[in-house]
Design a protein around this ligand. Structure first.
Ligand code: TYD
Ligand code: MG
Length: 480
C-alpha cells in the first residue's frame, strides 16, 4: 500500500527539508522551497520487504561483445559524443531556450533513421522523437523545412512518462529515443508540477532505467534556466552518462556543442555548427569562420592560435583601452575570464610599467566564442598593449603563450598543431612561448613557411608593440 508524505524541495539547488522555510538552508536562495508530495511504496528504492538475492558477478576479462556505437554521420556531433551514441546510455543536451537543441536532435534522429549510406556507410537505426513542447504537425513542418521530411523517424507528442514507458518497454522498440524536453515530463504519482525538481528527477530516472533495460540510446533535451543550471538545479548531471551543452550567441549564427561530462569519451571536444535557414550545418573549418569578419590590421586586435579538444582553433581577440572619467574604471570582458584579465593587466603594470590603472579596458573574443585556455594570455596581452600604444600587431601573426606572475612566458601544449593550423590559414608569423626544453621537438619548430619568434618575457612583447616614434615604451596615459 502506498502512503504519501509531503516534503519541501528547493527549486534552486534540490535540497530537501521536512518543513517549509523562507530561505533554503543549503544554498541560501529566498522563497525557493516548494511543497512536493512523495509517494512511498513499500519495497521501493530502499528495497525493504524484498528478500536479498545473490549478485551475478561477471569476470572483467570476459569478452561479451559490446554493441556498436551509433554514429549519425554528422561528424561534429559524432566527435563530441566520443565516437557515436552508446546503446543503453543517456545523453543530456542542455542549452538556452531557442538555441537550437530541438533542431539539432531532429537532424541527428533523421540522419540516424535514414542511415548515412553515402559517406560514412552507417547502418540505419530506428528512431523515436517524443516532443512535449511541440505538436506532431509542428515537428513535421520543421523537418520538412529542413529537408528531412522523408526520414523514417517515429514522432509522438507526449509528456506523461507512464505513456512513454508503456510504448517503449517492448522488445522491438526503437534504438534511439529523443525526449524534448525534460522540463515538460511528468509522473502522475507525484503531485508537483512538471518542471519541478522532483518531477524532472523522477521522470529522468524512470527513462534512464528503461533505456538501460531495453538498450536504447536516450537523448534528453534540458533547458538551462537563467541561473545557468540545468532544470533549475544540477540534479540531472550526475544521473546521465553524457552532458552536452549547446552554446552560442543569439547575435551570431554559429553554435558550439561541448561535452561537459562524458563517460564514454573525452570532455574537451567541441562541435561547431552554423544555424541556417535549412537547419544546422556542420562547420568543418571553424578557424576560417571565426576569422571571417576580421578587417585587416588594426590596433587592439591579435589572433590567438587556440586549441579546443583535439582541434586547433584560431580566433581574434580585440581590446579597447580608453581614458576613464570614473574613479574605478570599467573592465568588461566577453568570452574570457575576467579574473585572468585582471592578472594580465596587473603583470603588464607591475613588470612592464604599462600604466593602465586609470583606463577603461574592454576585451572581446570575436565571434562570441568562449576561451578557457591560459595559452590565450599572450594574445590578450598583445591586444591590450596594441590598443594602448596604437601600434598594430604585425600582419598575419598568430600568438600564444601563458603568462606567469613575474612576466615570464610559459610553454603551452600542442605547439605543432597550433602552428600547422596557422600556416594552413595563410599566417606567416608566430609569436610563441619558448618551447619546453625536454622531450622531442626542441629548438626551432620546423614549420615550413611560418617565421617563429619565441617570446621569453612579457617585456619582449611590449617592446615589439611600442610606438616607433615615441620613447621605447610610449604609452598613452590619457586620451590623445
Ligand atoms: P530550436 O531548435 O527550436 O531551439 P530549442 O529547442 O533549443 O529551444 O531552435 C529555435 C531557433 O532556431 C529559432 O529561433 C529559429 C532558429 N532556426 C533557424 O534559424 N533555422 C532553422 O532551420 C530552424 C529549424 C530553426
Ligand atoms: Mg525546443
Amino acid at each position: 500500500m502506498a502512503k504519501t508524505q509531503s516534503r519541501y524541495v528547493c527549486q534552486e539547488c534540490g535540497a530537501v527539508s521536512a518543513k517549509w522555510a523562507g530561505r533554503c538552508e543549503s544554498c541560501g536562495a529566498w522563497n525557493s522551497l516548494s511543497e512536493e508530495v512523495v509517494e512511498k511504496t513499500p519495497g521501493g528504492l530502499s528495497g525493504a520487504g524484498r528478500s536479498a538475492q545473490r549478485l551475478a558477478f561477471v569476470d572483467l576479462q570476459s569478452r561479451s561483445p559490446a554493441p556498436p556505437r551509433l554514429t549519425c554521420g554528422i561528424g561534429e556531433f559524432d566527435r563530441v559524443t566520443g565516437g557515436g551514441l552508446v546503446p543503453g546510455s543517456a545523453v543530456l543536451v542542455a542549452g538556452d531556450p531557442g538555441i537550437g537543441k530541438s533542431t539539432l536532435l531532429l537532424q541527428v534522429a533523421a540522419r540516424l533513421a535514414a542511415g548515412d549510406k553515402g559517406v560514412g556507410g552507417e547502418e540505419a537505426a530506428s528512431c523515436a522523437y517524443i516532443s512535449g513542447e511541440e505538436s506532431i504537425d509542428q515537428v513535421r513542418l520543421r523537418a520538412q523545412r529542413m529537408g528531412l521530411g522523408a526520414a523514417p523517424v517515429q514522432l509522438a507528442a507526449a509528456t506523461a512518462v507512464r505513456d512513454m514507458v508503456a510504448s517503449l518497454d517492448q522488445p522491438k522498440g526503437p534504438a534511439v529515443v529523443v525526449v524534448d524536453s525534460v522540463q515538460t515530463l511528468f509522473i502522475d504519482s507525484l503531485e508537483s508540477a512538471p518542471g519541478t525538481v522532483s518531477q524532472v528527477r523522477a521522470a529522468t530516472q524512470e527513462l534512464i532505467r528503461l533505456a538501460k533495460k531495453r538498450g536504447f540510446s536516450l537523448l534528453l533535451v534540458g533547458h538551462v534556466t537563467k541561473e545557468g543550471q540545468i532544470a533549475g538545479p544540477k540534479v540531472l548531471e550526475h544521473m546521465v552518462d553524457t552532458v552536452l551543452t549547446f552554446e552560442g550567441d543569439r547575435g551570431h549564427h554559429f553554435r558550439i556543442l561541448r561535452a561537459s561530462k562524458n563517460r564514454f569519451g573525452p570532455t574537451d571536444e567541441i562541435g561547431v555548427f552554423e544555424m541556417t535557414d535549412g537547419g544546422l550545418e556542420e562547420v568543418s573549418n571553424p578557424s576560417a569562420l571565426f576569422l571571417a569578419e576580421r578587417r585587416g590590421n588594426i590596433a587592439g586586435a591579435a589572433v590567438f592560435a587556440g586549441l579546443e579538444g583535439t582541434r586547433p582553433l584560431l580566433v581574434e581577440i580585440q581590446a579597447l583601452v580608453s581614458a576613464s572619467p570614473l574613479a574605478t574604471p570599467r573592465r568588461a570582458v566577453v568570452g574570457w575570464d575576467s579574473g585572468r584579465l585582471a592578472m594580465v593587466l596587473a603583470v603588464l603594470e607591475a613588470r612592464c610599467g604599462l600604466a593602465l590603472a586609470g583606463q577603461e579596458v574592454y576585451l572581446n573574443v570575436a565571434g562570441g566564442l568562449r576561451i578557457g585556455e591560459p595559452a590565450a594570455d599572450l594574445a590578450v596581452a598583445a591586444a591590450l598593449v596594441s590598443a594602448a600604444t596604437g601600434q598594430e600587431v604585425p600582419e598575419e601573426t598568430v600568438i600564444f603563450g601563458e603568462i606567469g606572475l613575474s612576466g615570464e612566458i610559459r610553454p603551452v601544449s600542442q605547439v605543432e598543431l597550433r602552428l600547422k593550423e596557422a600556416e594552413k590559414l595563410g599566417f606567416s608569423r608566430a609569436w610563441v612561448a619558448p618551447r619546453a626544453k625536454r622531450g622531442a621537438g626542441k629548438g626551432r619548430p620546423q614549420s615550413g613557411g611560418l617565421a617563429i619568434e619565441e617570446i621569453a618575457h612579457l617585456q619582449d612583447l611590449v617592446a615589439r608593440l611600442a610606438r616607433p616614434q615615441a620613447d621605447p615604451i610610449g604609452f598613452r596615459t590619457s586620451a590623445p
